[in-house]
Ligand binder design. Structure first.
Ligand code: C5P
Length: 222
């Protein structure tokens, strides 16, 4: 039998990561943070001092970069070429580089199999932009999360504030809108809901409530 998959797509700050991890934990399923793969290539490209306009170099970098996930500790650690890059991966610099790199079709193609390899029993919760449309079109359940740009900027602001990073709301809102536009308008795998996705607007909703709504889509367990 095929391994069940639940896809959770949406723009940055929609709550995808938090919701997906919580749902995966409740189900006892594996979790794929597909954005981390694009971010990892972005970080590796930065280490190698590559030009974000040099598509050929970025494609080679994608093939050469090893990305590992270490679920051993209390937090998921991401290893890029063997180095712990967990914190660097979350920076706006890595996000912006990821978004630029993610627009290159050969990069997306090169990461396809690496993403599909996460489909392991008993099941997978996959979070990203094109999980339900391109990577796992046969997923049994598809969710598309949204939230207003203001709320997404606000969530990001609080996250970064907690980490002691100095940012302004205005700057964050601008970055989010720019990234949304780039992700939605690119030629390959633009950000859009799968036709059979259930849309959930998380604006003003707590994490628990959204997790419950997602879990309610799956057949009752035990
Ligand atoms: O989700 P996250 O913010 O970590 O993703 C970083 C960037 O990687 C996104 O802005 C998007 O351009 C790209 N991405 C993608 N397809 C995915 C996941 C992320 O294009 N499945």
């Amino acid at each position: 039998a095929t391994v069940p998959v639940l896809t959770i797509d949406g723009p940055s700050g929609s709550g995808k990561g938090t919701i997906s991890r919580a749902v995966a934990q409740q189900l006892g399923w594996h979790y794929l943070d597909s954005g981390a793969l694009y971010r990892a290539v972005g970080v590796a490209a930065g280490w190698a001092d590559l030009d974000l306009d040099d598509g050929g170099a970025l494609v080679r970098c994608t093939f050469d970069t090893t990305i590992g996930f270490d679920e051993g500790g209390d937090e998921l650690r991401v290893l890029v070429n063997g180095h712990d890059a967990t914190d660097e991966l979350r920076t706006e610099t890595a996000g912006a580089a990821a978004s630029a790199i993610a627009a290159i079709p050969e990069v997306r193609a090169a990461l396809k199999d690496r993403q599909r390899a996460f489909r392991v029993a008993p099941g997978l919760v996959a979070d990203g932009r094109d999980m339900g449309t391109v990577i796992f079109p046969d997923a049994g359940w598809k969710v598309f999360l949204t939230a207003s740009a203001e709320e997404r900027a606000d969530r990001r602001y609080k996250q970064l504030k907690n980490k002691g990073v100095s940012v302004t709301m205005d700057g964050l809102l601008r970055e989010i809108l720019a990234r949304d536009a780039r992700d939605a308008n690119r030629a390959v795998a633009p950000l859009r809901p799968a036709e059979d996705a259930v849309r959930i607007d998380t604006t003003g909703q707590g994490i628990e409530a959204v997790v419950e709504r997602v879990l309610a889509l799956l057949p009752a367990r035990n």
